[in-house]
Design a protein around this ligand. Structure first.
Ligand code: NAD
Length: 506
């Protein structure tokens, strides 16, 4: 096991407290309460954040509603909004190193990967800036009778609830299309990682986002998140997080029949056939589950390998996994950093112990030697994992992978589809016909052939089965944050049955 032993890096000028941002002002919670935020290397509290509750959500929603009903944002020309979005992207790019430093400190993500996430956040704003100026809506002609057109309108106040795994990037994934569409927003970031979210307020203000358009309420999911979900003036909720939380939110949205977008958990398979480019498949399946500390919704956390190459694959894969550099997230040599929080560390470690009774341990299996404090887990590889095993079925969300052999294409498909999730799938084969037939049969919202997860922002993003509801990405995100009203124009005479016009009574 390779580990880096550099001293723990603490960024300069950390905030002394993290506050809400409501109606253009940084504010404390109405009841004055706060919660502790830990850094995942020392597990010490480094800052406290305002703990939002119903009263804070009420204020934020009122500010967002006022900005929506009376402010300029929903009424601006797309080009004017796009300019603001591009300025946001410029500002994010200009401070990508600082953003990465803070994100890395708060989440435990390796610094090089945190930098990539900051750059992707900027790209999300640029992408939606381009999309709204190119936006065209449908018109339908009924010759001689009607012309009908779509009047696209922003829905209103969007409630955005995000997880801790790549906080800033995932917030941008919701903020950019919501704002591009002309919605105003209330963001509730994950309580484990509120640091980078607090930077949005200044970025938006300097880019020219009017007060009240962007509102941020920190707090616990069961308090601030729940109040946002149940607020009657919030017509739609975009949520990314665990499947069980999504189910609770789904139930709570029912009372107000809210629009919902749900990006939930995953247990995605990577299927490696004997005819695959094995070197490329090993590189990619290692990156696919161990990048972002394995705290990645689309992680290829189950690897299914054709029997004829199984032993060779396992041996080579495990050797590389044992060589992954684990250590201080801020060290550029680090490949796997510290898991986000001691609670999550305990959960992942409990699966490592479960796995020892369910599979053959080939690498890792606990805390890496030499890293006695902090939420470090050695990249862990289990082979010969049966499909009934918990480590095959359940999302671990850490650097742990299960490898299982298969003999036929049919068996591979059955194994791939044999879990409740359906987010992503990765196929490794040089047989074009097999690749496409397999890809089309697999129960996954997204499939990559001979690649790990490389996003094209125009394509649908989302899962099937327990991995989500609704797809965002490209125009689909704009569709989610807008209503498409049909306006019908009569060109000729309307043929109307003349009720009540009869002069003869029966
Ligand atoms: P989580 O469900 O615990 O929390 C997500 C957010 O929901 C947090 O902001 C939390 O405060 C809030 N929340 C919790 N309970 C709530 C409630 N009752 N009402 C309203 N809000 C509530 O998820 P997490 O642990 O932060 O994130 C990890 C999960 O996210 C994993 O399952 C992962 O697969 C998933 N994820 C999915 C995607 C995707 O695109 N499909 C992307 C990233 C992460």
């Amino acid at each position: 096991m390779a580990t880096t032993q550099s001293a723990h890096h603490v960024p300069e000028n950390l905030p002394t407290s993290i506050r809400h941002f409501i109606g253009g002002q940084f504010v404390d919670s109405v009841d004055g309460t706060t919660f502790d935020v830990l850094d995942p290397v020392s597990n010490q509290t480094y800052v406290t954040a305002a703990a939002g509750k119903q009263a804070d959500i009420d204020l934020a929603v009122a500010a967002a509603k006022d900005a929506f009903d009376n402010g300029p944002w929903p009424r601006m020309l797309p080009r004017a909004r796009a300019r603001v979005l591009n300025r946001i992207a410029d500002a994010v790019e200009a401070q990508d190193a600082r953003l990465a430093e803070l994100e890395c400190f708060d989440t435990g993500l390796p610094i090089t990967q945190a930098l990539g996430q900051a750059q992707r956040a900027a790209e999300n704003f640029r992408f939606f800036a381009d999309l709204i100026v190119a936006q065209a809506d449908d018109t339908y002609k009924v010759p001689g009778r009607q012309v009908n057109y779509v009047n696209r309108k922003p829905v209103g106040v969007a409630g955005l609830i995000t997880p801790w795994n790549t906080p800033f990037m995932l917030e941008s994934w919701k903020l950019a299309p919501a704002l591009a569409s002309g919605c105003t927003v209330v963001l509730k970031p994950a309580e484990f990682t509120p640091l980078s979210a607090s930077l949005w307020a200044e970025i938006f203000r300097e880019a020219g986002v009017p007060d009240g358009v962007f509102n941020l309420v920190n707090g616990l999911g069961e308090e601030a998140g729940d109040a946002l979900v149940k607020h009657p003036d919030v017509p739609l909720i975009s949520f990314t997080g665990e499947t069980t939380t999504g189910q609770t939110i789904y139930r709570n949205c029912a009372a107000n029949l809210k629009g919902m977008s749900m990006e939930l958990g995953g247990k995605s398979p990577a299927i490696v056939f004997a005819d695959a480019d094995l070197d490329a498949a090993i590189d990619s399946t290692l990156f696919g589950v161990f990048s972002l500390n394995g705290e990645r919704c689309t992680a290829g956390s189950r690897i299914l390998v054709e029997r004829s190459i199984y032993d060779d694959f396992c041996e080579r894969y495990a050797a590389r996994a044992r060589n992954i550099v684990v250590g201080d997230p801020h060290d550029p040599a680090t490949e796997v950093g510290a898991l986000v929080h001691p609670e999550h560390y305990e959960k992942v470690m409990s699966y490592v112990e479960i796995g020892k009774g369910e599979g053959r341990l080939l690498a890792g299996g606990g805390r890496p030697p030499g890293l006695e404090a902090g939420n470090y887990v050695a990249p862990t590889v289990f082979a010969d994992v049966a499909p009934s095993a918990r480590i095959f079925q359940e999302e671990i969300f850490g650097p742990v992978v299960a490898i299982t052999p298969f003999d036929t294409d049919e068996e591979a498909l059955e194994l791939a589809n044999g879990v409740k999730y359906g987010l992503a799938a990765y196929l490794w084969t040089s047989d074009l016909t097999r690749a496409h037939n397999f890809a089309q049969a697999i129960e996954a919202g997204m499939v990559w052939l001979n690649s790990h997860n490389v996003r094209d922002l125009r394509t649908p993003f989302g899962g099937v089965k327990a991995s989500g509801l609704g797809h965002e990405g490209g125009y689909r995100s704009i569709d989610f944050y807008t209503d498409q009203q049909a306006v019908h124009i009569t060109l000729g005479e309307v043929h109307t049955a003349r009720f009540g016009a009869s002069t003869t009574r029966p």
